[in-house]
Ligand binder design. Structure first.
Ligand code: AR6
Length: 167
Protein backbone atom coordinates (compact mmCIF):
# COMPACT_ATOMS: atom_id res chain seq x y z
CA UNK A 1 0.00 0.00 0.00
CA UNK A 2 1.42 3.34 -1.06
CA UNK A 3 0.97 5.29 2.16
CA UNK A 4 3.93 6.93 3.86
CA UNK A 5 4.10 8.77 7.16
CA UNK A 6 6.86 11.31 7.62
CA UNK A 7 7.73 14.11 9.98
CA UNK A 8 8.59 17.50 8.52
CA UNK A 9 7.60 20.69 6.77
CA UNK A 10 5.19 20.04 3.91
CA UNK A 11 6.47 23.08 1.98
CA UNK A 12 9.79 21.33 1.39
CA UNK A 13 8.46 18.20 -0.31
CA UNK A 14 9.16 17.12 -3.85
CA UNK A 15 5.75 15.72 -4.78
CA UNK A 16 3.18 16.36 -7.50
CA UNK A 17 0.83 18.06 -5.03
CA UNK A 18 0.81 19.23 -1.46
CA UNK A 19 -2.54 19.76 0.20
CA UNK A 20 -3.24 23.03 1.96
CA UNK A 21 -5.47 23.18 5.04
CA UNK A 22 -7.00 26.45 3.92
CA UNK A 23 -9.97 28.56 4.98
CA UNK A 24 -12.96 29.25 2.76
CA UNK A 25 -11.52 32.53 1.43
CA UNK A 26 -8.49 30.68 0.00
CA UNK A 27 -6.55 33.90 0.58
CA UNK A 28 -4.10 32.60 3.17
CA UNK A 29 -3.95 32.48 6.95
CA UNK A 30 -1.82 31.01 9.73
CA UNK A 31 -0.54 27.48 10.29
CA UNK A 32 0.29 25.36 7.29
CA UNK A 33 -1.69 27.72 5.04
CA UNK A 34 0.61 30.63 5.93
CA UNK A 35 3.71 28.49 5.43
CA UNK A 36 2.53 27.32 1.99
CA UNK A 37 1.69 30.85 0.82
CA UNK A 38 5.05 32.18 2.04
CA UNK A 39 6.94 29.43 0.23
CA UNK A 40 4.87 29.59 -2.97
CA UNK A 41 5.19 33.37 -3.32
CA UNK A 42 2.63 36.04 -4.22
CA UNK A 43 1.61 34.35 -7.47
CA UNK A 44 -0.32 31.81 -5.40
CA UNK A 45 -2.60 34.29 -3.66
CA UNK A 46 -3.06 36.14 -6.95
CA UNK A 47 -4.35 32.93 -8.51
CA UNK A 48 -6.45 32.08 -5.45
CA UNK A 49 -8.25 35.44 -5.71
CA UNK A 50 -9.70 34.21 -8.99
CA UNK A 51 -11.08 30.96 -7.56
CA UNK A 52 -14.05 32.42 -5.69
CA UNK A 53 -13.34 30.71 -2.38
CA UNK A 54 -14.04 27.11 -1.42
CA UNK A 55 -16.71 25.48 0.74
CA UNK A 56 -15.89 23.29 3.70
CA UNK A 57 -15.10 19.75 2.53
CA UNK A 58 -14.43 20.83 -1.07
CA UNK A 59 -11.05 21.17 -2.83
CA UNK A 60 -9.51 23.29 -5.60
CA UNK A 61 -6.18 22.94 -7.38
CA UNK A 62 -3.54 25.47 -8.45
CA UNK A 63 0.03 25.30 -9.57
CA UNK A 64 2.77 25.28 -6.94
CA UNK A 65 4.55 28.42 -8.20
CA UNK A 66 7.80 28.78 -6.17
CA UNK A 67 7.27 25.53 -4.27
CA UNK A 68 9.14 22.38 -5.21
CA UNK A 69 5.72 20.70 -5.39
CA UNK A 70 4.11 21.09 -8.80
CA UNK A 71 0.60 21.76 -7.47
CA UNK A 72 -1.27 22.87 -4.38
CA UNK A 73 -4.64 21.31 -3.62
CA UNK A 74 -6.53 23.70 -1.36
CA UNK A 75 -9.14 22.13 0.86
CA UNK A 76 -11.14 23.57 3.73
CA UNK A 77 -11.46 21.40 6.79
CA UNK A 78 -14.32 21.73 9.28
CA UNK A 79 -13.98 23.78 12.43
CA UNK A 80 -14.57 21.42 15.37
CA UNK A 81 -17.80 22.42 17.10
CA UNK A 82 -18.41 19.47 19.41
CA UNK A 83 -18.63 16.78 16.75
CA UNK A 84 -22.36 17.10 16.13
CA UNK A 85 -22.11 19.36 13.11
CA UNK A 86 -21.10 16.80 10.49
CA UNK A 87 -17.41 17.41 11.20
CA UNK A 88 -16.34 13.80 10.56
CA UNK A 89 -18.06 13.57 7.19
CA UNK A 90 -16.74 16.97 6.12
CA UNK A 91 -13.19 16.02 7.05
CA UNK A 92 -13.54 12.78 5.10
CA UNK A 93 -14.76 14.81 2.11
CA UNK A 94 -11.59 16.92 2.24
CA UNK A 95 -9.49 13.80 1.73
CA UNK A 96 -11.79 12.28 -0.91
CA UNK A 97 -12.12 15.46 -2.95
CA UNK A 98 -8.37 16.10 -2.82
CA UNK A 99 -7.62 12.56 -3.98
CA UNK A 100 -10.22 12.86 -6.71
CA UNK A 101 -8.60 16.06 -8.00
CA UNK A 102 -5.19 14.39 -7.92
CA UNK A 103 -6.53 11.55 -10.02
CA UNK A 104 -8.25 13.86 -12.50
CA UNK A 105 -4.93 15.66 -13.00
CA UNK A 106 -3.05 12.36 -13.28
CA UNK A 107 -0.80 13.15 -10.33
CA UNK A 108 1.38 10.39 -8.95
CA UNK A 109 2.15 11.71 -5.48
CA UNK A 110 0.27 13.78 -2.93
CA UNK A 111 1.16 14.93 0.58
CA UNK A 112 -1.40 15.84 3.25
CA UNK A 113 -0.99 17.82 6.44
CA UNK A 114 -3.24 16.95 9.38
CA UNK A 115 -6.24 18.91 8.11
CA UNK A 116 -8.29 20.64 10.86
CA UNK A 117 -5.89 19.46 13.60
CA UNK A 118 -4.43 22.90 14.36
CA UNK A 119 -6.40 26.12 14.58
CA UNK A 120 -9.66 24.31 13.68
CA UNK A 121 -9.40 22.11 16.79
CA UNK A 122 -10.43 18.67 15.50
CA UNK A 123 -9.50 15.94 18.03
CA UNK A 124 -6.29 14.48 16.69
CA UNK A 125 -6.90 10.78 17.22
CA UNK A 126 -10.23 10.90 15.42
CA UNK A 127 -8.86 13.07 12.62
CA UNK A 128 -5.95 10.70 12.04
CA UNK A 129 -8.27 7.73 11.88
CA UNK A 130 -10.44 9.49 9.29
CA UNK A 131 -7.39 10.55 7.27
CA UNK A 132 -5.79 7.12 7.27
CA UNK A 133 -8.86 4.98 6.63
CA UNK A 134 -10.22 7.32 3.95
CA UNK A 135 -6.90 7.26 2.09
CA UNK A 136 -6.37 3.54 2.37
CA UNK A 137 -9.98 2.69 1.36
CA UNK A 138 -9.68 5.09 -1.57
CA UNK A 139 -6.49 3.40 -2.75
CA UNK A 140 -8.14 -0.02 -2.55
CA UNK A 141 -11.26 1.12 -4.35
CA UNK A 142 -9.49 2.98 -7.13
CA UNK A 143 -6.64 0.54 -7.67
CA UNK A 144 -4.65 3.72 -7.76
CA UNK A 145 -0.91 3.96 -8.05
CA UNK A 146 -0.74 7.34 -6.38
CA UNK A 147 1.69 7.72 -3.48
CA UNK A 148 0.05 9.27 -0.44
CA UNK A 149 2.19 10.88 2.22
CA UNK A 150 0.97 12.09 5.61
CA UNK A 151 3.22 14.88 6.81
CA UNK A 152 3.38 15.24 10.58
CA UNK A 153 4.46 18.48 12.17
CA UNK A 154 6.21 17.01 15.20
CA UNK A 155 6.80 13.69 16.84
CA UNK A 156 3.50 13.49 18.72
CA UNK A 157 1.51 13.73 15.53
CA UNK A 158 3.73 11.15 13.84
CA UNK A 159 3.10 8.73 16.71
CA UNK A 160 -0.64 9.05 16.17
CA UNK A 161 -0.34 8.12 12.49
CA UNK A 162 2.11 5.31 13.14
CA UNK A 163 -0.03 3.87 15.92
CA UNK A 164 -2.93 3.79 13.56
CA UNK A 165 -1.07 2.45 10.54
CA UNK A 166 0.38 -0.43 12.54
CA UNK A 167 -3.05 -1.77 13.47
N1 AR6 B 1 4.08 21.39 7.42
C1 AR6 B 1 3.26 20.39 7.82
N2 AR6 B 1 2.32 20.55 8.76
C2 AR6 B 1 2.17 21.77 9.33
C3 AR6 B 1 2.98 22.88 8.96
C4 AR6 B 1 3.97 22.65 7.95
N3 AR6 B 1 4.77 23.63 7.52
N4 AR6 B 1 2.60 23.96 9.71
C5 AR6 B 1 1.60 23.54 10.52
N5 AR6 B 1 1.36 22.23 10.31
P1 AR6 B 1 -3.50 24.35 10.80
P2 AR6 B 1 -6.39 23.80 10.43
C6 AR6 B 1 0.36 21.35 10.95
O1 AR6 B 1 -3.79 25.20 11.99
O2 AR6 B 1 -6.51 23.28 11.80
C7 AR6 B 1 -5.19 28.69 8.88
O3 AR6 B 1 -5.18 29.97 9.41
C8 AR6 B 1 -0.19 21.76 12.30
O4 AR6 B 1 0.72 21.42 13.33
O5 AR6 B 1 -2.53 24.84 9.81
O6 AR6 B 1 -7.02 23.05 9.29
C9 AR6 B 1 -6.14 28.57 7.69
O7 AR6 B 1 -6.15 29.74 6.91
C10 AR6 B 1 -1.46 20.93 12.37
O8 AR6 B 1 -1.15 19.59 12.79
O9 AR6 B 1 -4.86 24.04 9.96
C11 AR6 B 1 -7.45 28.32 8.35
O10 AR6 B 1 -8.05 29.52 8.78
C12 AR6 B 1 -1.91 20.86 10.90
O11 AR6 B 1 -0.79 21.30 10.13
C13 AR6 B 1 -7.09 27.48 9.57
O12 AR6 B 1 -5.73 27.80 9.84
C14 AR6 B 1 -3.09 21.74 10.58
O13 AR6 B 1 -3.04 22.92 11.36
C15 AR6 B 1 -7.16 26.01 9.27
O14 AR6 B 1 -6.96 25.28 10.46
Amino acid sequence: MAIRIIQGDITQLDVDAIVNAANSSLLGGGGVDGAIHRAAGPELVAKCRLLGGCSTGEAKITKGYRLIARHVIHTVGPVWRGGVNNEAQLLKSCYLNSLQLAREHELESIAFPAISCGIYGFPIRQAVEIAYTTASDWLDLNHSAIDICFVCFGEDMEKEYLRFSER
